[in-house]
Design a protein around this ligand. Structure first.
Ligand SMILES: Nc1nc2c(ncn2[C@@H]2O[C@H](COP(=O)(O)OP(=O)(O)OP(=O)(O)O)[C@@H](O)[C@H]2O)c(=O)[nH]1
Ligand SMILES: [Mg+2]
Length: 226
């Protein structure tokens, strides 16, 4: 178990990293437009409107680097963000964050939804440099059938993921405790799920520093954290 001093040192190192360069790289509407797989990647997935783009903004400390919206279905491509670009010209970033379209969105045309689904699933299943996926779950709703299907797919593809509860500012503390417990029980049924359930609010900042440290450790290894 990590002690408090160690945890706060990790959080400090992670926020220092994110206070440096974070740049939008590209938007890939199809697999052939993916960047070369040259640095570790961390992907954000979850139901439409769960708060993927908002969480990415909160983690990077940028208000709107990823486009968040009241309109579900806003993110339609795989959007790549470079984190920690060294000084030298042409140098690679330390790692990348990938914002993805949401699943379980019924209002977009079926063909469009199928296209997103194929893109997201092929990326998640086939990406060599994908070191961790964040599966976001709305804390008001808990794990739904579509989330379970996504987790099962990730289990089968042996892609490790963290389950992140979002929008915790919208529920009571007692409800948050209950949904966290239920989500932890769900996580125990999935081989690729990390046991820790993250509680976050992109709006109020809850849980952001802790998740930021976890993401950096996933991307760069515990050694990097010092
Ligand atoms: N209260 C509250 N609202 C949030 C939070 N995170 C996101 N939202 C709101 O939820 C809505 C959807 O957020 P997005 O970040 O666009 O969600 P998304 O998962 O990227 O959506 P898609 O790209 O459509 O799949 C927006 O209106 C956000 O302002 C949060 O922590 N608290
Ligand atoms: Mg989005």
């Amino acid at each position: 178990m990590m002690d408090e001093a160690e945890q706060s040192a990790r959080e400090e190192a992670a926020s220092k990293l994110f206070s440096g360069p974070v740049d939008f790289l590209l938007s890939a509407p199809q697999l052939k437009f993916l960047p070369d797989p040259v640095v570790p990647e961390i992907a954000f997935c979850g139901r439409s409107n769960v708060g993927k783009s908002s969480l990415l903004n909160a983690l990077t400390g940028r208000k709107a680097i990823a486009r968040a919206s009241v309109t579900p279905g806003r993110t339609q491509e795989l959007n790549f963000f470079d984190v920690g670009r060294p000084e030298e010209e042409g140098a690679l970033p330390l790692f990348r964050l990938v914002d993805m379209p949401g699943y379980g969105f019924a209002k977009a045309p079926v063909k469009v939804v199928e296209k997103w689904k194929a893109l997201v699933n092929s990326y998640l299943r086939g990406r060599q440099v994908l070191v961790r996926t964040l599966v976001l779950v709305d804390s008001r709703h808990g794990v739904k059938e579509v989330d379970r299907a996504m987790m099962k797919m990730l289990d089968e593809a042996a892609v490790g993921y963290r389950i992140v509860l979002t929008k915790t500012d919208k529920i009571k503390a007692s409800d948050l405790a209950a949904v966290t417990e239920a989500t932890a029980a769900e996580a125990r049924k999935h081989v690729a799920a990390h046991p820790e359930i993250h509680q976050t609010s992109a709006e109020k900042g809850m849980g952001i520093e802790r998740l930021r440290a976890a993401v950096v450790a996933d991307a760069l290894g515990e050694e990097w954290m010092g």
